[in-house]
Ligand binder design. Structure first.
Ligand SMILES: [Zn+2]
Ligand SMILES: [Zn+2]
Length: 465
């Protein structure tokens, strides 16, 4: 079977749709050879390559009732449906996008009739809502958008992104072939030149630069990821040396961000790096995280889990949590060692829903440093950490990321976790659970709120933590 072309990330305005919302939309629009319609209500955020619309809710237009023959012969949304949707957009400060399907596969554009209807309607809708309004026309592999912005200007969408098991980037037409650099020859034979260019255009964060994070940085840089955001507040300790990749005795006492940056530039001299020698809940770190395409969470604090989880669902940025657990009880007996690689996909069972954030631990970590240390002291000694287990977890995590970025997973639904148990050589796949009214990962909660969500409010209200 011929490979579907991969579109590298494009500059300009984009729309991101959580995978479940895209599945629901696809089932509605592409179920037969008829034209169908819907409305997407979307939050707003800045992105690594331009402004982003974050799809939060899908309002499906029922055939004939909400979407039927219009006055000018073509199908159109009914005035009542449009009115209800635009009022919701206004009340919740969300952008409004009317979407319908066209035939075809990897190319799509608005018809003259479409554009004429935009001219008749969108200036008024923009006035009512005070937000961006527009139209989106899609096929299974392409999308084009016409946006009418609150400042009176008009622009088009460069891409529509679906952060599913494969990262879908739908454009009006396929990206032109990329120039190839012989340095990447052996891996571009697998990823394709467009897959390699995709990596070069991605901005990826690594949160936590210890045993797991240092290996992540090395692999991502060697693969040709173009930009890395390196977040860790700690300095190198002598006891870190056995598992920090390429660390030297002279690194003791230096920030872990410096060591990671040195290794990344050695792996790829062209790489662009942002060093944040702070904890992830620091507003500066959070501001950088929301501007990423992917986040690797390799810090095991519950506050790091909480804030990364918030970024994933409020800003629709996918993340992978990578961790190792080596349980040893007081009598010295060793429990079931396991490594976990969890994809946290926007709108799909979050870390709260899956019991991965402990509210008590989180509360302790929110305390000032001194009190936190006291609480830790009571909790006990540091957990064991050994390099090969970290390597196992990182290999799984980066493999998934690589296949997703280059569109090489066999299905788009590969959204689960992998648990390795090295002592028994078992490997398990787990699907995430989701609570119906979760405050973080559902559209009754913060999903896709972007600049209007709780996280953005924290960034704005706090100057320093
Ligand atoms: Zn049309
Ligand atoms: Zn949730």
């Amino acid at each position: 079977m011929a490979r579907r072309p991969v579109n590298p990330p494009a500059d300009g305005w984009s729309l991101t749709l959580p995978p479940r919302l895209w599945n629901e939309l696809s089932q509605h629009l592409f179920r037969d050879k008829e034209e169908h319609g819907a409305v997407i209500l979307a939050g707003r955020a800045d992105g690594p390559r331009g402004p982003r619309l974050l799809a939060r809710e899908l309002l499906v237009a029922r055939d004939d009732e909400d979407y039927g023959p219009g006055e000018r012969g073509h199908r159109a949304l009914s005035p009542t449906f449009v009115r209800d949707a635009i009022i919701r957009a206004r009340d919740e400060q969300l952008s409004y996008l009317a979407v319908h399907c066209h035939f075809g596969l990897d190319r799509v554009q608005f018809s003259r009739v479409d554009l004429a209807s935009h001219e008749r309607g969108y200036a008024t809708l923009r006035q009512i809502s005070g937000q961006a309004v527009g139209g989106l026309v899609v096929t299974p592999h392409a999308a084009a958008g016409d946006l009418w912005l609150p400042d009176g200007s008009r622009t088009s969408l460069s891409e529509t992104v679906v952060p599913a098991g494969n990262m879908l980037r739908l454009r009006p037409s396929p990206a032109p072939p990329a120039a190839s650099d012989p340095v990447w020859d052996r891996q571009a034979r697998l990823l394709g030149d467009r897959g390699q260019e995709t990596l070069a255009r991605l901005r990826v964060a690594v949160v936590g630069l210890g045993g797991v994070g240092s290996i992540l940085v090395e692999e991502l840089a060697r693969l040709g990821v173009g930009q890395l955001v390196l977040i860790d507040s700690e300095t190198v300790d002598a006891t870190n040396l056995p598992r920090l990749l390429a660390a030297e005795r002279t690194d003791i006492g230096k920030p872990k961000t410096d060591l990671a940056a040195r290794n990344a530039s050695r792996a790829n001299p062209q790489i662009r790096l942002t060093k944040i020698p702070r904890r992830v809940e620091n507003p500066e770190a959070l501001r950088e995280l929301v501007l990423c395409d992917w986040i690797f969470l390799a810090a095991d604090s519950h506050s790091a889990r909480h804030w990364v989880n918030a970024v994933v669902h409020e800003f629709l940025v996918p993340a992978t949590q990578v961790g190792v657990k080596i349980p040893i009880s007081r009598d010295g007996s060793i429990g079931q060692i396991h490594t976990a690689t969890r994809l946290i996909a926007p709108g799909i069972g979050c870390m709260w829903c899956n019991g991965l954030i402990d509210p008590t631990e989180l509360a302790i970590e929110m305390h000032p440093e001194a009190e936190r240390e006291q609480a830790r002291y009571v909790l006990g000694v540091p957990a064991p950490s050994v390099m090969p287990f970290n390597t196992l977890a990182v290999g799984e995590a980066v493999t998934h990321f690589l296949l997703a970025s280059a569109g090489l997973h066999e299905t788009n639904d590969d959204l689960g976790s992998v648990i390795h148990r090295p002592r028994t050589r078992e490997r398990h796949l787990q699907d995430p659970r989701q609570n119906a009214h979760c405050r973080w990962c559902t559209s009754t909660g913060n999903l896709g709120r972007g600049a209007n969500g709780e996280l953005a409010a924290r960034q704005a209200s706090t100057t320093r933590v």
